[in-house]
Design a protein around this ligand. Sequence first.
Ligand code: NAG
Ligand code: NAG
Ligand code: NAG
Length: 453
Amino acid sequence: MTTTTKNHKQQQLLPTAAAAPPWPVRTKLLLCAALGFALGVVATASLVNSPSYATSSAAAAALRGGGGALGLVLPPSATRNAAQDRRPPPKQAGAARATVRRSRPEPPAATGITSAAAPPPYVIGAQGPAAPSAVAASRVNGGSIVSDSDGDVDGDDEELMARAAASAPREVPAGCMVPRVAFLFLTRWDLPMAPLWDDFFRGHRGLYNVYVHSDPAFNGSDPPETSAFYRRRIPSKEVKWGEISMVEAERRLLAHALLDDHCNARFVLLSESHVPLFDLPTVHSYLVNSTRLYLESYDQPGATGRGRYNRRMSPVVAAGQWRKGSQWFDLDRALATDVVADRVYFPLFRRFCRRRHCYADEHYLPTLLNIVRRPSAGANRSLTWVDWSHGGCHPARFTRMEVTVDFLRWLREGSTCTYNGRTTTVCFLFARKFLPNSLTRFLRFAPKVMGFG
Ligand SMILES: *[C@@H]1O[C@H](CO)[C@@H](O)[C@H](O)[C@H]1NC(C)=O
Ligand SMILES: *[C@@H]1O[C@H](CO)[C@@H](O)[C@H](O)[C@H]1NC(C)=O
Ligand SMILES: *[C@@H]1O[C@H](CO)[C@@H](O)[C@H](O)[C@H]1NC(C)=O
Protein backbone atom coordinates (compact mmCIF):
# COMPACT_ATOMS: atom_id res chain seq x y z
CA MET A 1 0.00 0.00 0.00
CA THR A 2 2.99 2.21 0.02
CA THR A 3 5.16 3.40 -2.72
CA THR A 4 8.87 3.14 -2.70
CA THR A 5 9.63 2.66 0.92
CA LYS A 6 12.54 0.32 0.82
CA ASN A 7 14.06 -1.52 3.62
CA HIS A 8 17.50 -2.07 2.30
CA LYS A 9 18.41 -4.38 5.14
CA GLN A 10 15.61 -6.65 4.08
CA GLN A 11 16.70 -6.65 0.51
CA GLN A 12 20.16 -7.74 1.36
CA LEU A 13 18.91 -10.41 3.68
CA LEU A 14 16.56 -12.09 1.30
CA PRO A 15 17.25 -15.78 1.57
CA THR A 16 18.74 -17.31 -1.48
CA ALA A 17 19.05 -20.95 -2.40
CA ALA A 18 18.31 -22.39 0.97
CA ALA A 19 14.96 -20.91 1.62
CA ALA A 20 12.73 -21.10 -1.35
CA PRO A 21 12.57 -22.02 -4.94
CA PRO A 22 13.45 -19.23 -7.37
CA TRP A 23 11.23 -16.30 -6.51
CA PRO A 24 8.32 -16.60 -8.85
CA VAL A 25 5.48 -14.29 -9.51
CA ARG A 26 6.10 -10.78 -8.36
CA THR A 27 3.19 -8.58 -9.04
CA LYS A 28 4.04 -5.09 -9.93
CA LEU A 29 1.87 -2.28 -11.06
CA LEU A 30 3.91 -0.43 -13.59
CA LEU A 31 1.16 2.02 -14.12
CA CYS A 32 1.17 3.32 -10.61
CA ALA A 33 4.10 5.65 -11.01
CA ALA A 34 2.69 7.23 -14.13
CA LEU A 35 -0.74 7.51 -12.61
CA GLY A 36 0.69 8.99 -9.45
CA PHE A 37 2.55 11.53 -11.47
CA ALA A 38 -0.53 12.51 -13.43
CA LEU A 39 -2.56 12.94 -10.26
CA GLY A 40 0.29 14.85 -8.72
CA VAL A 41 0.21 17.32 -11.56
CA VAL A 42 -3.48 17.83 -11.10
CA ALA A 43 -3.07 18.25 -7.36
CA THR A 44 -0.23 20.68 -7.75
CA ALA A 45 -2.23 22.72 -10.19
CA SER A 46 -5.10 22.93 -7.76
CA LEU A 47 -2.79 23.91 -4.92
CA VAL A 48 -1.30 26.69 -6.95
CA ASN A 49 -4.74 28.15 -7.29
CA SER A 50 -5.68 27.75 -3.66
CA PRO A 51 -5.13 30.51 -1.13
CA SER A 52 -2.10 30.39 1.09
CA TYR A 53 -2.80 28.45 4.22
CA ALA A 54 -0.43 28.17 7.12
CA THR A 55 1.65 31.11 6.07
CA SER A 56 -1.06 33.42 7.24
CA SER A 57 -0.31 34.38 10.79
CA ALA A 58 -3.96 34.22 11.73
CA ALA A 59 -4.17 30.65 10.58
CA ALA A 60 -0.98 29.80 12.39
CA ALA A 61 -2.28 31.36 15.57
CA ALA A 62 -5.50 29.42 15.28
CA LEU A 63 -3.54 26.23 14.82
CA ARG A 64 -1.36 27.02 17.75
CA GLY A 65 -4.37 27.58 19.93
CA GLY A 66 -5.91 24.31 18.89
CA GLY A 67 -2.69 22.46 19.45
CA GLY A 68 -2.28 23.82 22.94
CA ALA A 69 -5.74 22.81 23.93
CA LEU A 70 -5.08 19.29 22.75
CA GLY A 71 -1.74 18.93 24.37
CA LEU A 72 0.15 18.89 21.13
CA VAL A 73 3.40 20.75 20.87
CA LEU A 74 3.76 23.36 18.21
CA PRO A 75 6.91 25.01 17.04
CA PRO A 76 7.61 27.96 19.33
CA SER A 77 8.60 29.91 16.28
CA ALA A 78 8.64 29.38 12.59
CA THR A 79 12.38 29.18 12.47
CA ARG A 80 13.06 26.75 15.27
CA ASN A 81 12.54 23.35 13.87
CA ALA A 82 15.10 21.09 15.50
CA ALA A 83 13.29 17.91 16.35
CA GLN A 84 15.31 17.41 19.49
CA ASP A 85 13.82 20.56 20.94
CA ARG A 86 10.49 18.86 21.16
CA ARG A 87 9.25 17.48 24.39
CA PRO A 88 6.65 14.82 24.87
CA PRO A 89 3.28 16.48 25.06
CA PRO A 90 2.10 17.24 28.55
CA LYS A 91 -0.24 14.78 30.13
CA GLN A 92 -3.81 15.57 29.40
CA ALA A 93 -6.09 16.89 32.02
CA GLY A 94 -7.85 13.59 31.56
CA ALA A 95 -5.51 11.93 34.04
CA ALA A 96 -8.01 12.40 36.82
CA ARG A 97 -10.73 10.81 34.79
CA ALA A 98 -8.42 7.94 34.03
CA THR A 99 -7.96 7.37 37.74
CA VAL A 100 -11.65 7.15 38.29
CA ARG A 101 -11.82 4.50 35.66
CA ARG A 102 -9.31 2.33 37.38
CA SER A 103 -12.03 0.63 39.27
CA ARG A 104 -13.54 -0.46 36.02
CA PRO A 105 -13.42 -4.22 35.91
CA GLU A 106 -11.74 -5.69 32.91
CA PRO A 107 -14.36 -6.17 30.28
CA PRO A 108 -14.63 -9.58 28.75
CA ALA A 109 -12.37 -9.60 25.76
CA ALA A 110 -13.83 -9.03 22.35
CA THR A 111 -17.22 -8.21 23.70
CA GLY A 112 -16.54 -5.12 25.79
CA ILE A 113 -18.00 -2.54 23.55
CA THR A 114 -19.31 0.22 25.72
CA SER A 115 -16.71 2.40 27.27
CA ALA A 116 -17.13 2.96 30.97
CA ALA A 117 -17.46 6.67 31.29
CA ALA A 118 -18.11 8.63 28.18
CA PRO A 119 -21.68 9.49 27.57
CA PRO A 120 -22.98 8.94 24.91
CA PRO A 121 -22.08 5.29 25.16
CA TYR A 122 -19.42 4.17 22.80
CA VAL A 123 -20.45 1.40 20.46
CA ILE A 124 -18.48 -0.28 17.74
CA GLY A 125 -20.41 -0.22 14.53
CA ALA A 126 -23.06 -2.86 14.55
CA GLN A 127 -21.36 -4.78 17.28
CA GLY A 128 -23.14 -3.33 20.23
CA PRO A 129 -24.50 -5.41 23.04
CA ALA A 130 -26.13 -8.20 21.18
CA ALA A 131 -29.67 -7.36 20.30
CA PRO A 132 -31.21 -9.62 17.72
CA SER A 133 -32.33 -6.65 15.72
CA ALA A 134 -28.82 -5.28 15.64
CA VAL A 135 -27.54 -8.58 14.37
CA ALA A 136 -30.13 -8.60 11.68
CA ALA A 137 -29.32 -5.06 10.71
CA SER A 138 -25.65 -5.81 10.53
CA ARG A 139 -26.28 -8.70 8.21
CA VAL A 140 -28.33 -6.52 5.97
CA ASN A 141 -25.76 -3.79 5.53
CA GLY A 142 -22.65 -5.81 5.91
CA GLY A 143 -22.00 -5.00 9.54
CA SER A 144 -21.39 -1.34 9.02
CA ILE A 145 -23.63 1.39 10.25
CA VAL A 146 -22.03 3.85 7.90
CA SER A 147 -23.53 3.40 4.53
CA ASP A 148 -23.64 6.81 2.94
CA SER A 149 -20.06 7.92 3.12
CA ASP A 150 -19.97 10.37 0.28
CA GLY A 151 -21.62 13.31 1.90
CA ASP A 152 -20.15 15.30 4.76
CA VAL A 153 -17.89 12.49 5.82
CA ASP A 154 -15.76 14.57 8.09
CA GLY A 155 -18.36 15.57 10.62
CA ASP A 156 -18.75 12.21 12.29
CA ASP A 157 -15.04 11.50 12.08
CA GLU A 158 -14.30 14.76 13.82
CA GLU A 159 -16.79 13.94 16.51
CA LEU A 160 -15.27 10.49 16.96
CA MET A 161 -11.74 11.90 17.23
CA ALA A 162 -12.84 14.54 19.69
CA ARG A 163 -14.59 11.95 21.83
CA ALA A 164 -11.60 9.64 21.84
CA ALA A 165 -9.24 12.50 22.63
CA ALA A 166 -11.41 13.74 25.45
CA SER A 167 -12.49 10.57 27.16
CA ALA A 168 -10.02 7.80 26.41
CA PRO A 169 -7.15 7.80 28.92
CA ARG A 170 -3.72 8.47 27.54
CA GLU A 171 -2.13 5.78 29.67
CA VAL A 172 -3.38 2.31 30.43
CA PRO A 173 -5.19 2.62 33.79
CA ALA A 174 -3.56 0.83 36.70
CA GLY A 175 -6.63 -1.33 37.05
CA CYS A 176 -5.76 -3.24 33.92
CA MET A 177 -4.15 -6.41 35.13
CA VAL A 178 -3.07 -7.37 31.63
CA PRO A 179 -2.41 -4.73 29.01
CA ARG A 180 -3.90 -5.71 25.68
CA VAL A 181 -2.79 -5.52 22.08
CA ALA A 182 -5.25 -3.98 19.65
CA PHE A 183 -5.00 -5.60 16.23
CA LEU A 184 -6.23 -3.09 13.67
CA PHE A 185 -7.07 -4.67 10.34
CA LEU A 186 -7.26 -2.19 7.51
CA THR A 187 -8.69 -4.26 4.69
CA ARG A 188 -9.95 -3.53 1.24
CA TRP A 189 -12.52 -6.25 1.16
CA ASP A 190 -12.58 -9.57 2.97
CA LEU A 191 -9.94 -11.19 5.15
CA PRO A 192 -8.75 -14.31 3.36
CA MET A 193 -6.25 -15.09 6.12
CA ALA A 194 -8.90 -15.01 8.84
CA PRO A 195 -8.65 -18.77 9.54
CA LEU A 196 -4.94 -18.39 10.26
CA TRP A 197 -5.55 -15.40 12.51
CA ASP A 198 -8.30 -17.30 14.28
CA ASP A 199 -5.79 -20.03 15.08
CA PHE A 200 -3.44 -17.31 16.28
CA PHE A 201 -6.02 -15.73 18.59
CA ARG A 202 -7.68 -18.88 19.85
CA GLY A 203 -7.36 -19.49 23.56
CA HIS A 204 -5.93 -16.08 24.35
CA ARG A 205 -8.93 -13.98 25.20
CA GLY A 206 -7.93 -11.15 27.43
CA LEU A 207 -4.64 -10.50 25.66
CA TYR A 208 -6.04 -8.80 22.60
CA ASN A 209 -8.84 -6.99 20.81
CA VAL A 210 -9.59 -7.02 17.10
CA TYR A 211 -10.88 -4.11 15.01
CA VAL A 212 -11.64 -4.29 11.32
CA HIS A 213 -12.02 -1.44 8.86
CA SER A 214 -13.17 -2.58 5.45
CA ASP A 215 -14.91 -1.12 2.47
CA PRO A 216 -18.39 0.09 3.42
CA ALA A 217 -19.69 -1.72 0.35
CA PHE A 218 -18.35 -5.01 1.65
CA ASN A 219 -21.19 -7.49 1.47
CA GLY A 220 -19.51 -10.72 2.55
CA SER A 221 -21.13 -12.93 5.12
CA ASP A 222 -20.47 -12.52 8.82
CA PRO A 223 -17.71 -14.61 10.29
CA PRO A 224 -18.91 -17.38 12.60
CA GLU A 225 -19.52 -16.49 16.21
CA THR A 226 -16.44 -18.43 17.25
CA SER A 227 -14.23 -16.19 15.12
CA ALA A 228 -12.13 -13.40 16.60
CA PHE A 229 -13.54 -11.27 13.80
CA TYR A 230 -17.15 -11.81 14.74
CA ARG A 231 -18.76 -8.37 14.91
CA ARG A 232 -15.50 -6.52 15.08
CA ARG A 233 -16.08 -4.23 12.12
CA ILE A 234 -16.02 -0.56 12.93
CA PRO A 235 -18.02 1.98 10.94
CA SER A 236 -15.89 2.33 7.85
CA LYS A 237 -15.52 4.58 4.87
CA GLU A 238 -14.06 4.12 1.46
CA VAL A 239 -10.28 4.02 1.33
CA LYS A 240 -8.27 4.82 -1.78
CA TRP A 241 -4.78 3.52 -2.15
CA GLY A 242 -2.14 6.14 -1.53
CA GLU A 243 -4.62 8.81 -0.54
CA ILE A 244 -5.38 10.58 2.68
CA SER A 245 -8.42 8.36 3.20
CA MET A 246 -5.96 5.66 4.19
CA VAL A 247 -4.76 7.74 7.12
CA GLU A 248 -8.33 8.66 7.96
CA ALA A 249 -9.12 4.98 8.25
CA GLU A 250 -6.10 4.46 10.48
CA ARG A 251 -7.25 7.26 12.78
CA ARG A 252 -10.74 5.78 12.83
CA LEU A 253 -9.32 2.43 13.89
CA LEU A 254 -7.21 4.03 16.59
CA ALA A 255 -10.11 6.07 17.94
CA HIS A 256 -12.35 3.02 18.21
CA ALA A 257 -9.64 0.96 19.84
CA LEU A 258 -8.83 3.72 22.34
CA LEU A 259 -12.46 4.14 23.30
CA ASP A 260 -13.45 0.52 23.26
CA ASP A 261 -10.99 -0.83 25.81
CA HIS A 262 -8.83 1.31 28.03
CA CYS A 263 -6.58 -1.69 28.58
CA ASN A 264 -5.48 -1.55 24.96
CA ALA A 265 -1.82 -0.65 25.34
CA ARG A 266 -0.39 -1.29 21.89
CA PHE A 267 -1.98 -0.69 18.49
CA VAL A 268 -0.80 -2.72 15.53
CA LEU A 269 -1.89 -1.96 11.98
CA LEU A 270 -2.34 -4.94 9.67
CA SER A 271 -3.78 -5.63 6.23
CA GLU A 272 -5.64 -8.53 4.69
CA SER A 273 -2.39 -9.88 3.28
CA HIS A 274 -0.58 -9.92 6.62
CA VAL A 275 0.32 -13.11 8.45
CA PRO A 276 1.59 -13.55 12.00
CA LEU A 277 5.05 -15.11 12.37
CA PHE A 278 4.89 -15.95 16.09
CA ASP A 279 2.21 -17.09 18.48
CA LEU A 280 0.10 -14.55 20.31
CA PRO A 281 1.78 -14.82 23.73
CA THR A 282 5.13 -14.07 22.08
CA VAL A 283 3.71 -11.13 20.15
CA HIS A 284 1.91 -9.83 23.21
CA SER A 285 4.94 -9.99 25.45
CA TYR A 286 7.19 -8.48 22.77
CA LEU A 287 4.87 -5.51 22.43
CA VAL A 288 3.71 -4.79 25.95
CA ASN A 289 7.20 -5.18 27.38
CA SER A 290 8.84 -3.03 24.76
CA THR A 291 10.40 0.23 25.82
CA ARG A 292 9.83 1.62 22.35
CA LEU A 293 7.11 1.79 19.77
CA TYR A 294 7.69 0.37 16.32
CA LEU A 295 7.35 2.96 13.65
CA GLU A 296 9.88 3.86 11.03
CA SER A 297 10.67 7.55 11.00
CA TYR A 298 13.56 8.62 8.91
CA ASP A 299 14.77 11.47 6.80
CA GLN A 300 15.20 10.41 3.20
CA PRO A 301 16.77 12.74 0.67
CA GLY A 302 15.44 12.70 -2.86
CA ALA A 303 12.14 12.79 -4.64
CA THR A 304 10.41 10.01 -2.68
CA GLY A 305 11.42 11.44 0.70
CA ARG A 306 12.07 15.13 1.22
CA GLY A 307 10.73 15.74 -2.28
CA ARG A 308 7.23 15.04 -1.03
CA TYR A 309 7.32 17.83 1.50
CA ASN A 310 5.15 20.80 0.60
CA ARG A 311 6.46 24.16 1.72
CA ARG A 312 2.96 25.30 2.44
CA MET A 313 3.10 23.15 5.55
CA SER A 314 5.63 25.54 6.99
CA PRO A 315 5.90 26.75 9.71
CA VAL A 316 3.73 24.15 11.41
CA VAL A 317 5.70 21.33 9.83
CA ALA A 318 9.16 22.56 8.92
CA ALA A 319 11.12 20.92 6.14
CA GLY A 320 13.60 19.57 8.65
CA GLN A 321 10.85 17.79 10.56
CA TRP A 322 9.56 15.87 7.57
CA ARG A 323 9.94 12.12 7.92
CA LYS A 324 9.10 8.96 6.05
CA GLY A 325 8.39 5.39 7.09
CA SER A 326 6.41 2.26 6.45
CA GLN A 327 2.70 2.49 6.98
CA TRP A 328 2.66 -0.63 9.18
CA PHE A 329 2.91 0.69 12.69
CA ASP A 330 2.86 -0.41 16.25
CA LEU A 331 1.93 2.55 18.46
CA ASP A 332 1.72 2.90 22.19
CA ARG A 333 -1.30 4.42 23.84
CA ALA A 334 0.21 7.86 24.20
CA LEU A 335 1.00 8.27 20.51
CA ALA A 336 -2.34 6.75 19.53
CA THR A 337 -3.97 9.44 21.67
CA ASP A 338 -1.88 12.14 20.04
CA VAL A 339 -3.02 10.91 16.65
CA VAL A 340 -6.72 11.14 17.42
CA ALA A 341 -6.28 14.45 19.26
CA ASP A 342 -4.31 15.98 16.41
CA ARG A 343 -6.12 18.95 14.98
CA VAL A 344 -2.96 20.69 13.95
CA TYR A 345 -0.87 18.44 11.77
CA PHE A 346 -3.46 16.17 10.25
CA PRO A 347 -5.44 18.97 8.60
CA LEU A 348 -2.22 20.11 6.98
CA PHE A 349 -1.55 16.64 5.63
CA ARG A 350 -5.09 16.37 4.40
CA ARG A 351 -4.63 19.57 2.52
CA PHE A 352 -1.07 19.32 1.27
CA CYS A 353 -0.26 15.61 1.21
CA ARG A 354 -3.31 14.17 -0.36
CA ARG A 355 -2.45 13.05 -3.81
CA ARG A 356 -0.09 10.50 -5.09
CA HIS A 357 2.88 12.73 -5.21
CA CYS A 358 2.95 12.53 -1.44
CA TYR A 359 1.42 9.36 0.06
CA ALA A 360 0.29 10.53 3.47
CA ASP A 361 0.34 7.01 4.90
CA GLU A 362 4.12 7.04 4.57
CA HIS A 363 4.63 10.47 6.09
CA TYR A 364 1.96 11.53 8.53
CA LEU A 365 2.78 9.23 11.45
CA PRO A 366 6.56 9.27 10.97
CA THR A 367 6.48 13.07 10.92
CA LEU A 368 4.10 13.32 13.85
CA LEU A 369 6.28 11.01 15.92
CA ASN A 370 9.28 13.13 15.08
CA ILE A 371 7.51 16.28 16.22
CA VAL A 372 5.61 15.25 19.32
CA ARG A 373 7.83 12.60 20.87
CA ARG A 374 11.48 12.42 21.72
CA PRO A 375 13.45 10.67 18.96
CA SER A 376 14.27 7.63 21.08
CA ALA A 377 10.58 6.81 21.62
CA GLY A 378 10.43 5.02 18.31
CA ALA A 379 12.53 2.03 17.35
CA ASN A 380 12.71 3.34 13.78
CA ARG A 381 11.80 -0.04 12.42
CA SER A 382 8.62 -1.79 11.42
CA LEU A 383 7.53 -5.16 12.80
CA THR A 384 6.10 -6.08 9.41
CA TRP A 385 8.40 -7.73 6.92
CA VAL A 386 7.82 -6.74 3.30
CA ASP A 387 9.88 -7.38 0.21
CA TRP A 388 10.63 -4.28 -1.81
CA SER A 389 13.62 -5.83 -3.52
CA HIS A 390 12.10 -5.85 -6.97
CA GLY A 391 11.37 -2.14 -6.99
CA GLY A 392 8.17 -0.60 -8.24
CA CYS A 393 5.49 0.99 -6.16
CA HIS A 394 4.06 -2.16 -4.59
CA PRO A 395 5.95 -4.73 -2.57
CA ALA A 396 6.25 -8.31 -3.77
CA ARG A 397 3.31 -10.64 -3.35
CA PHE A 398 3.96 -14.21 -2.36
CA THR A 399 2.02 -17.14 -3.66
CA ARG A 400 1.40 -20.54 -2.23
CA MET A 401 4.51 -22.22 -3.62
CA GLU A 402 6.79 -19.66 -2.06
CA VAL A 403 5.59 -20.39 1.44
CA THR A 404 7.98 -23.01 2.75
CA VAL A 405 9.14 -24.01 6.20
CA ASP A 406 12.58 -22.61 5.48
CA PHE A 407 11.17 -19.32 4.28
CA LEU A 408 9.04 -18.98 7.40
CA ARG A 409 11.98 -19.81 9.64
CA TRP A 410 14.05 -17.23 7.86
CA LEU A 411 11.33 -14.61 8.25
CA ARG A 412 11.22 -15.38 11.97
CA GLU A 413 14.90 -15.46 12.76
CA GLY A 414 16.83 -14.31 9.72
CA SER A 415 17.47 -10.69 10.67
CA THR A 416 19.28 -8.88 13.44
CA CYS A 417 18.00 -5.87 15.32
CA THR A 418 17.81 -4.34 18.77
CA TYR A 419 15.06 -5.03 21.28
CA ASN A 420 15.08 -3.20 24.63
CA GLY A 421 18.76 -2.53 24.24
CA ARG A 422 19.75 -6.06 23.35
CA THR A 423 20.54 -7.66 20.03
CA THR A 424 17.95 -10.14 18.85
CA THR A 425 17.00 -12.09 15.76
CA VAL A 426 13.31 -11.60 16.41
CA CYS A 427 12.75 -8.46 14.39
CA PHE A 428 9.56 -9.14 12.49
CA LEU A 429 6.38 -10.35 14.14
CA PHE A 430 4.32 -10.12 10.95
CA ALA A 431 4.87 -10.37 7.22
CA ARG A 432 3.10 -9.43 4.02
CA LYS A 433 1.97 -9.65 1.22
CA PHE A 434 0.62 -13.16 0.94
CA LEU A 435 -1.98 -14.15 -1.60
CA PRO A 436 -5.10 -15.98 -0.43
CA ASN A 437 -3.94 -19.20 -2.05
CA SER A 438 -1.08 -19.41 0.45
CA LEU A 439 -3.48 -19.85 3.35
CA THR A 440 -3.51 -23.64 3.32
CA ARG A 441 0.26 -23.75 3.59
CA PHE A 442 0.26 -21.38 6.52
CA LEU A 443 -2.38 -23.45 8.25
CA ARG A 444 -0.27 -26.54 7.68
CA PHE A 445 3.05 -25.07 8.82
CA ALA A 446 1.81 -22.90 11.69
CA PRO A 447 1.76 -25.62 14.39
CA LYS A 448 5.24 -26.81 13.56
CA VAL A 449 6.98 -23.53 12.81
CA MET A 450 5.03 -20.86 14.62
CA GLY A 451 3.62 -22.72 17.58
CA PHE A 452 -0.10 -22.26 17.07
CA GLY A 453 -2.97 -23.81 15.21
C1 NAG B 1 -21.29 -8.19 -3.41
O1 NAG B 1 -20.89 -7.08 -4.16
C2 NAG B 1 -20.30 -7.38 -5.40
C3 NAG B 1 -19.84 -6.12 -6.06
O2 NAG B 1 -19.74 -5.06 -5.19
C4 NAG B 1 -21.28 -8.13 -6.27
O3 NAG B 1 -20.66 -8.47 -7.49
C5 NAG B 1 -21.75 -9.37 -5.56
O4 NAG B 1 -22.75 -9.99 -6.31
C6 NAG B 1 -22.30 -9.03 -4.20
N1 NAG B 1 -22.59 -10.26 -3.50
C7 NAG B 1 -23.68 -10.44 -2.77
C8 NAG B 1 -23.82 -11.74 -2.08
O5 NAG B 1 -24.50 -9.56 -2.64
C1 NAG C 1 6.46 -9.61 29.30
O1 NAG C 1 5.06 -9.58 29.26
C2 NAG C 1 4.42 -10.76 29.65
C3 NAG C 1 2.97 -10.60 29.40
O2 NAG C 1 2.68 -10.86 28.06
C4 NAG C 1 4.78 -11.07 31.09
O3 NAG C 1 4.13 -12.24 31.50
C5 NAG C 1 6.28 -11.22 31.19
O4 NAG C 1 6.67 -11.42 32.51
C6 NAG C 1 7.01 -10.01 30.63
N1 NAG C 1 8.41 -10.33 30.50
C7 NAG C 1 9.35 -9.50 30.86
C8 NAG C 1 10.77 -9.96 30.65
O5 NAG C 1 9.12 -8.42 31.31
C1 NAG D 1 16.18 5.02 10.78
O1 NAG D 1 16.27 3.98 9.83
C2 NAG D 1 16.75 4.38 8.56
C3 NAG D 1 16.74 3.18 7.63
O2 NAG D 1 15.66 2.37 7.83
C4 NAG D 1 18.14 4.95 8.67
O3 NAG D 1 18.57 5.41 7.42
C5 NAG D 1 18.16 6.10 9.67
O4 NAG D 1 19.46 6.51 9.88
C6 NAG D 1 17.54 5.67 10.99
N1 NAG D 1 17.41 6.84 11.82
C7 NAG D 1 17.76 6.82 13.09
C8 NAG D 1 17.57 8.10 13.84
O5 NAG D 1 18.20 5.84 13.65
